[in-house]
Design a protein around this ligand. Structure first.
Ligand SMILES: [Zn+2]
Length: 356
């Protein structure tokens, strides 16, 4: 088991076989043999490997519990293989922490993902997706307004959302996979919120639409349509923009962006999809956005990034309910027992301390 875990730790660190071999002071072949399980490192070498790779040496000896399956990248990813391997290794490590946390619960604290009942069996055109979204939002009690927290919505439906801190360098648009049967969606903590949210909604689109689309309907386009509609539903667009417009002010799109957490470009696409603006108006807005450089970077404040609280909440809940003790909780959160105790005491967070 040390081989597979060594391989994963090396991928997560972004080091090549040679680079790791040089750091540890052995040959490339030796590292390769360790990874293939053809030979075992001595305990001194295990310590060196752990130090170079930034893991505890126990990491190498834990049994492999999780496997990433059906990995799919949104759009054609331009990320180099090395970066993708690094992201996948980070996802596996985080998924493994999840699995071990959940195994400490007597009853599962998060539901198993299931599709809303009553979805159409065949979707024959993109416009039909509007009804599908209304149905999903209705089933999940989301109403017609903005979704304040996409990560929270997906987590409460049993999707595992992983926020990676690996620097994706703008070359990755999203990743979906499954771990032990649970759907996983990965977003980067470095993306602005509207981009994270669009990716999350797009991947949710795959979960819901896959296998239901007529062969004339492109799945990627369908999921983009799903994402736009999920973040900014038909009725809301009509309420805000009206049924038919001859022009739209960029400031209107900016306000929609900040109310609904969708890019200005995404909001404009919604107006076009729903026939509120003509193709000619859409094209002229596109040209205007391009000329201003807004297609690369939209003007004004960014929409704030989302974060996930669920993992830490579940660690605290397990601690409160006595399923685990302080040292296990600290281990699960990757902190020292001392730091955990300070956190538990809400150290430095009293109202009196905040006044000073
Ligand atoms: Zn996709």
């Amino acid at each position: 088991m040390i081989g597979e875990r060594l391989h994963r730790a090396r991928k997560a660190s972004g080091l090549s076989l040679r680079a790791l071999a040089d750091e540890v002071g052995v040959s490339q072949t030796t590292i390769s043999k360790y990874e293939k399980g053809a030979s075992m490192p001595s305990s001194a070498q295990v310590l060196k490997l752990a130090k170079v790779l930034g893991v505890k040496s126990e990491f190498f000896f834990r049994p492999v519990k999780v496997q990433l399956k059906g990995v799919e990248y949104r759009k054609r990813s331009t990320a180099p293989k090395k970066l993708l391997a690094q992201i996948e290794a980070d996802v596996l490590n985080q998924a493994e922490r999840w699995t071990s946390l959940l195994s400490l619960y007597p009853q599962q604290p998060v539901p198993e993902f299931s599709l809303p009942a009553g979805l159409p069996e065949l979707i024959s055109e993109l416009d039909d997706i509007e009804d599908v979204v209304d149905h999903v939002r209705d089933t999940w009690d989301l109403g017609l307004g903005a979704v304040p927290d996409m990560i929270d919505v997906l987590e409460s439906m049993g999707v595992l959302v992983i926020v990676t801190s690996i620097d994706v360098q703008g070359r990755l648009d999203g990743l979906a996979a499954s771990v032990n049967g649970t759907p996983v969606i990965v977003v980067s903590e470095q993306w602005p919120g509207d981009r994270q949210r669009f990716t999350l909604a797009h991947e949710l689109g795959h979960l819901i639409l896959h296998g239901r689309l007529d062969e004339s309907v492109n799945e990627e386009k369908a999921c983009d349509r799903f994402a736009g509609a999920f973040l900014l539903p038909r009725k809301s667009v009509q309420q805000h923009l009206g049924d038919r417009r001859s022009r739209i002010e960029p400031r209107e799109l900016y306000m929609l962006k900040h109310e609904f957490g969708i890019s200005m470009m995404g909001a404009m696409m919604r107006a076009a999809q729903l026939g509120i603006i003509s193709d000619a108006v859409k094209s002229s807005l596109f040209r205007f956005f391009s000329a201003k450089g807004w297609r690369t970077r939209e003007p004004g404040d960014a929409y704030p990034a989302e974060t996930t609280y669920l993992y830490r909440q579940l660690v605290y809940k397990a601690l409160a309910e006595d399923y685990i003790g302080e040292s296990k909780a600290a281990e699960l959160m990757g902190m020292s027992t001392y730091s955990l105790r300070e956190e538990r005491k809400m150290g430095g967070m009293d109202a009196a301390a905040a006044d000073q």
